[in-house]
Design a protein around this ligand. Structure first.
Ligand code: ADP
Length: 264
C-alpha cells in the first residue's frame, strides 16, 4: 500500500490535553496544540478564553493539573529552555521614577554584559546594534524608558527580548498601546524579524483582525482549541462562531478598536 508521507517540521510548542482550573473553574479544558518551528502564528480568543493562563503554562509560571508541554522539541518549560524563549507582556506598568534610558535598559538585559555602564555608549551601541536596528529604536536610545509611548515601549521590549536570540517569541497582545495607524508598521517590523531570523513567533490576541495578515496559521482558543487553520479558514469557520457566540467579531477591515472590549 502506498501511503503518502509528508515529513513534519519539528514543533516549537507541543501541548497535549492541558487542563488548568483556577478558583474551582476549569479554564483550560484539554488544550491540544502543535506549533511548527519557524512559523509566525496567531493564538486568538475573546477575553476570558484562557490565553493568559496558557501563556503562563508555557512560561512555566502555572502548573497544569493535567497534560504535557514540550518546548523547542525538548521538554517542559524550565529555566534552561526558557532562556531560548522570548516573552513580551502586553503591558508593563513603569513607575515614572524608573530612570533608565533605553540604552541602559537594553544593556542590562543583554546576557553577559556586566560592567557595561562604565563603557562608552558607542561600545554599547555596537553590541546592541542588530536588534536596535531591527526594531527601529535607534532614535530612542537616549530617551528615558518611562517616558515612551505605548508603541515605542512595545518596540523596546521586543528589541530587548531579541538580545537573547530567542528561538521562540511569545507576544501577548502585541499592539496593545499602539495607535491604529502604527499597527501595520509594527507588524511589518515583527514580520521582518521573523523572516530574517527564522524564529517561531506566536502572536496572542483577542482579535483576529489585528493578526490575520501576518499569521500563516491561526489557533482559536476557548478553553480548548476550538478551531485551527489558515486565517481565512478560521475567520469563516462555523465552529468559531458557535464557540465565541455573537459577541466575538473576529474580522473588520477598517476598525478603530479599543482594547479590553470586543462586544457589538
Ligand atoms: P484571557 O487571557 O483569554 O482573557 P485568562 O487566562 O486571563 O483569559 O482567564 C481565563 C478565565 O480564568 C477567566 O474566566 C478568568 O476570570 C479566570 N481566572 C483567571 N485567573 C483566575 C484566578 N486566579 N482565579 C480564578 N479564576 C481566574
Amino acid at each position: 500500500m502506498d501511503i503518502a508521507f509528508r515529513p513534519q517540521r519539528s514543533a516549537s510548542i507541543e501541548v497535549r490535553d492541558l487542563q488548568v482550573s483556577l478558583g474551582g473553574n476549569p479554564v483550560l479544558r484539554g488544550v491540544d496544540l502543535r506549533i511548527e518551528a519557524g512559523r509566525m502564528v496567531a493564538l486568538i480568543g475573546p477575553n476570558g478564553s484562557g490565553k493568559t493562563t496558557l501563556l503562563r503554562c508555557l512560561l512555566g509560571l502555572q502548573q497544569p493539573h493535567r497534560g504535557s508541554i514540550r518546548l523547542l522539541g525538548e521538554g517542559p518549560p524550565g529555566p534552561r529552555l526558557l532562556r531560548r524563549v522570548g516573552y513580551v507582556p502586553q503591558r508593563l506598568q513603569l513607575d515614572p521614577s524608573f530612570m533608565l534610558t533605553v540604552r541602559e535598559f537594553l544593556a542590562i538585559r543583554r546576557p553577559g554584559t556586566a560592567g557595561w555602564f562604565w563603557r562608552p555608549s558607542r561600545f554599547v551601541d555596537d553590541q546592541l546594534h542588530e536588534a536596535v536596528a531591527e526594531m527601529d529604536v535607534t532614535r530612542l536610545l537616549d530617551r528615558p524608558v518611562a517616558g515612551l509611548s505605548g508603541g515605542q515601549l512595545q518596540r523596546v521590549l521586543i528589541c530587548s527580548s531579541l538580545l537573547n536570540e530567542p528561538e521562540l517569541l511569545l507576544l501577548d497582545e502585541p499592539t496593545a498601546g499602539v495607535d491604529t495607524p502604527g499597527e501595520e508598521d509594527f507588524y511589518g517590523l515583527i514580520a521582518d524579524v521573523h523572516r530574517r531570523r527564522g524564529l517561531t513567533v506566536v502572536l496572542v490576541s483577542h482579535d483576529l483582525s489585528m493578526v490575520y495578515r501576518h499569521a500563516s496559521r491561526v489557533y482559536a482558543l476557548n478553553g480548548v482549541i476550538c478551531c485551527e487553520g489558515s486565517p481565512d479558514e478560521v475567520m469563516n469557520a462555523e465552529s468559531l462562531k458557535r464557540a465565541y457566540g455573537i459577541h466575538f467579531t473576529p474580522y473588520h477591515h477598517h476598525h478603530h478598536h479599543t482594547h479590553g472590549g470586543h462586544g457589538p
